[in-house]
Design a protein around this ligand. Structure first.
Ligand code: BES
Ligand code: ZN
Length: 632
């Protein structure tokens, strides 16, 4: 592998591994992570040319203006460049740029190139021979794709407005002018000005206590490690903090914090379980920010602070695998990061594998096996949705050039990726696999990684020249070929035997099973999802009468039920459907439901047309971007 040697090798911090890092590193410079230069590490979703000139550090000084829905101020970028580089190219999506100067205040020429519908535009800045620093005065546009601005009405407390960002995969270029590529790691710091009385949090340790003065509060943050720029995140609102353990805690609106704290009471134990699997937690604190219901994802692994949907709060901790997942990204994703979105499975597949290992450690093997089995169902559906096992989009390593970066966001990356790692684990044995896994993160801490690097590392450190083992693993087939290789290991066949039997019996007329009352959420989901998609109305009546599914507060079960109801044009579920679609904006729930409604021209489309205008203001730009195409 060819690496661009860091120009300032002296900046490399020796001995930054291990648990003793916090104090030492908070004052030291972050090591500059290398840029990978192999063709497979070329990011087709960024305009940057980092081999010529790259950003190493971002310092933000920004005002959050709820009236104009803009974040604005200065971004000061430290760069490394070839001595003869004439320009540096940043990523931009709709930024309004006032001026760009170098570190001594001399103006630099810049141009914003043609806008690509997926990528935004290149921001090309001329460099003088001595330019080492850029000072950009700018503000984000009100429609910035990373940002959602909520009115007080759209929050739980209804008193103050709210803001949050979502950077992954390529949204941060709508509010931060930098090289927005996961392979160009940058340390960063920020000073954030908000209206007095509001609280700002970011995905980094705070560097001082906030100061309130003259109608504003000022918060400061500093991320001492170099991270992929999609990991810079902010939220501002009526937020309070509650400790969950020595290094874990919870941020939420006051109205949400009690329920969230009960649901999250295992968080500290999860960190311990993850460390056992992966090695020491590298980021200091692990906090969870529970957002208002319009958060577009289940969770987002922003370093030091997972951003999470409130829809994971079921009241019985049955959906907390989501937290295990985001926590696991503190290694897979945040320490070793996909260099490009073509290798997204390295983030999500490894994390989904680890998520289930953490679940096994905390809640037992049966629970983990159930979640694995549901994952395999989801994987099979993803293969179908991609056009079958011959489709190139069912390979783990993708080719997304010319396509939207998030087209790889499917259960191929998550579940085929996880199945691959479980298969390797089963073949080599857990002890050997775990030792390799720890080593992988040790060897790639704070670095970009590719599929090719993954395969080379596994061959060098796990297979170690054992030809017959190599054949057995089918490594290249898993990563580069479409479909699911025949060596995939599965959870025990009887994992959901009871639910599958009950599902078949119910479909052919038996009473709604009483055992439901004793089933876990995962068992209930399997039962519902295995029912035929077309059922007589009487069968749906029986389910509703027995389990009250229209009113369930478990978002996953509600979604499974509404999907089934919708495919049967089941009118008694319509009020529940409307309530669900207008009370939360998680893309995984609302997008499939609206798409299913819209494709049923006679029954569903009128319902969608009635509900969407009401629901839309709640939804994040990332979600409305897709749903607006349905012309509802
Ligand atoms: N990193 C993802 C979210 C993401 C992926 C955002 C790609 C933007 C682009 C996060 O870790 C994730 O996978 N969230 C899942 C939940 C998880 C339990 C599978 C989600 O949001 O549904
Ligand atoms: Zn994830």
């Amino acid at each position: 592998m060819k690496l661009l040697a860091p120009l300032l090798a002296a900046l490399l911090v020796a001995g930054c591994h291990g648990a003793t890092e916090n104090r030492a590193e908070s004052t030291a410079q972050a090591a500059v992570a290398p840029i990978l230069t192999t063709p497979d590490a070329k990011d087709t979703h960024s305009f940057a040319n980092p081999v010529e000139a790259r950003v190493t550090h971002v310092a933000l000084d920004l005002d959050v203006d709820f009236d104009t829905k803009r974040i604005g101020g200065t971004a000061t970028l430290d760069i490394q460049r070839k001595p003869d580089a004439r320009q540096i190219v940043l990523d931009d999506n709709g930024l309004e740029i006032d001026s760009i100067a170098d570190g001594s205040g001399k103006a630099l020429q810049f141009t914003v190139g043609a806008k690509d519908p997926n990528l935004g535009a290149p921001l090309e800045i001329s460099l003088r021979p001595d330019t080492q620093r850029l000072v950009i005065r700018y503000r984000s546009a009100p429609e910035a794709g990373a940002l959602q601005w909520l009115t007080p009405q759209q929050t739980a407390g209804k008193k103050l407005p709210f803001l949050f960002s979502q950077g992954e995969s390529i949204e941060n270029r709508s509010w931060i002018p930098t090289q927005d590529s996961p392979g160009i790691r940058q340390s960063w710091e920020a000073t954030i000005h908000v209206p007095a009385g509001m609280t700002a949090v970011m995905s980094a340790p705070k560097s001082a206590e906030p100061i309130t003065q003259g109608g504003e509060s000022v918060f400061t943050f500093k991320m001492p490690h170099s991270v992929a720029p999609y990991m810079i995140a902010i939220s501002v609102g009526d937020l309070t903090f509650r400790s969950l353990g020595p290094r874990t805690g919870l941020w939420a609106e006051p109205a949400t914090i009690d329920a969230a704290a009960r649901e999250l009471s295992d968080t500290e134990k999860m960190v311990a379980a993850a460390e056992k699997l992966y090695g020491p937690y590298a980021w200091g604190r692990y906090d969870v920010l529970v957002l208002p219901p319009s958060f577009p994802y289940g969770g987002m692994e922003n370093p030091t602070m997972t951003f999470a949907t409130p829809t994971f709060i079921a009241g019985d901790k049955s959906l907390v695998s989501l937290i295990a997942h985001e926590l696991a990204h503190s290694w897979s994703g945040n320490l070793a990061t996909n260099a490009t979105w073509d290798d997204f499975w390295l983030n999500e597949g490894m994390t989904t594998y680890a998520e289930r290992r953490i679940v096994e450690e905390l809640y037992g093997k049966k629970t983990a096996d159930e979640q694995i089995a549901l994952g395999i169902d989801a994987m099979n559906k993803a293969v179908k949705d991609a056009g079958g096992p011959g489709s190139p989009d069912t390979a783990l390593h993708l080719n997304l050039s010319g396509r939207a970066s998030d087209e790889g966001l499917t259960d191929i990356a998550y579940e085929k990726g996880a199945a691959f790692l479980r298969t390797v684990e089963a073949i080599v044995g857990r002890d050997k696999f775990d030792a390799w896994l720890k080593g992988w993160f040790d060897r790639h801490r704070f670095q970009p990684v590719t599929s090719a690097m993954f395969l080379a590392d596994i061959r060098q450190n796990l297979v170690k020249g054992d030809k017959s083992l190599d054949d057995k693993l089918m490594l290249d087939r898993w990563v580069y070929k479409p479909g699911i290789p025949p060596n995939m290991v599965r959870p025990p066949l009887d994992t959901f035997a009871e639910q599958d039997k009950a599902s078949t019996a119910f479909a052919s007329g038996s009473a709604a099973p009483q055992a439901w009352a004793s089933w876990t959420t995962d068992e209930r989901l399997r039962f519902l999802n295995r029912l035929p998609r077309k059922l007589p109305k009487g069968r749906l009546d029986a389910l509703q009468a027995a389990y009250g599914l229209n009113g369930t507060g478990n978002s996953e079960i509600r979604f499974a039920w509404l999907s089934l109801a919708l495919s049967n044009r089941y009118d008694p579920a319509s009020p529940s459907l409307e309530q669900f679609l207008t009370s939360q904006g998680r893309g995984k729930f609302v997008s499939p439901l609206f798409k299913a409604l819209a494709s049923d021209k006679q029954w569903g489309l009128p319902i969608a047309k009635r509900i969407y205008p009401k629901a839309r203001p709640l939804y994040h730009p990332l979600v409305t971007r897709g749903l607006d195409k349905l012309s509802l």
